[in-house]
Design a protein around this ligand. Sequence first.
Ligand SMILES: Cc1cc2nc3c(=O)[nH]c(=O)nc-3n(C[C@H](O)[C@H](O)[C@H](O)COP(=O)(O)OP(=O)(O)OC[C@H]3O[C@@H](n4cnc5c(N)ncnc54)[C@H](O)[C@@H]3O)c2cc1C
Length: 215
Amino acid sequence: MTKFNYLIIGNSAGAIGCIEGLRSVDKEGTLALISEEAYHTYSRALLPYYLSGIISLENIYYRPPDFYQKFNVTPLLGKKAVRINFKSKEVELANGEQVGYEKLLLATGASTLTPPLTGLDKKNIFGFLSLNNTLQIEKILDQVKNVVILGGGVIGLMAAEVLNLTAAEVLKKRGLNVWVVELAERILAPVIDETASKILEALFQENGIEILTKT
Ligand SMILES: Cc1cc2nc3c(=O)[nH]c(=O)nc-3n(C[C@H](O)[C@H](O)[C@H](O)COP(=O)(O)OP(=O)(O)OC[C@H]3O[C@@H](n4cnc5c(N)ncnc54)[C@H](O)[C@@H]3O)c2cc1C
C-alpha cells in the first residue's frame, strides 16, 4: 500500500486551491489526489460554454497539462473513494486498492439533489454537474426535441451568467423545446428579489423558454 503525507479526495476548485497553498509551504511532502472522474482538473463553470459550442473541450481545463507534475502531485484519476478508515488512516478505492495518508482533505464538492420522483431511473435523465454529465447530454441532444429542466436555480438558469447564457438557453439554441420546472413561486428565489425574478422570467419566455413555477 502506498502512503502519502497528504491525500486529497477531489480534483476540482477545492483540491487545486489546497495543492497550490500546500506547495507554498511544503515543497517536499508526498501528495496525491483521488478523483472519481478520469479527467485533468477542469472548471465546472465552463461546462455550459462547452455545451453551447462557445469553447472547445481543451479550454475547460483551467490548469496546464503539466500541473500535477509541476506541483509534484500523484494523480489517482478515475478512481472512486468508497471508504475511509480513520483509525488506520487509509482510503479504500472502488477497485479494492488502499491508499494511506497522514493528512486527508475531503474536497468532494456537491452532488445533484435528486427529488423523490418516480421514473427518474428511465433513460435520458441527467444531472448537470460534471463533465461526464455534460458529455452524456451532448451525446443525445441530436436525438431529442423536448427538454425539461428540473430546478430554476443558479445552475439551471444562471450557470453562465457572464455571457447571459443559461443551460436552458444553451439547449434552446439547438432548436429544442425547453421547459424549466421550479417548485418555488419564482425562479432564483434564494438569490434575487421578486422584481428581478419577474424580469428574468419574462426574458426567458420572450426567448421561447417556458417557465413553470409552483410546479
Ligand atoms: C454547470 C455549473 C456551472 C457553475 N458556474 C459557476 C460560476 O459561474 N461561478 C461560480 O463561482 N461557481 C459556479 N459553479 C459552482 C462551482 O463549479 C463549484 O462551486 C466548484 O466546482 C466547487 O468546487 P469543489 O472543489 O468544492 O467541488 P467539485 O467541483 O464538486 O469537485 C468535487 C471533486 O471530488 C471528486 N469526488 C467526489 N466524490 C468522490 C469520490 N467518492 N471519490 C473520488 N473522487 C470524488 C469529483 O470527481 C470532483 O473532482 C458552477 C457549477 C456547475 C455544475
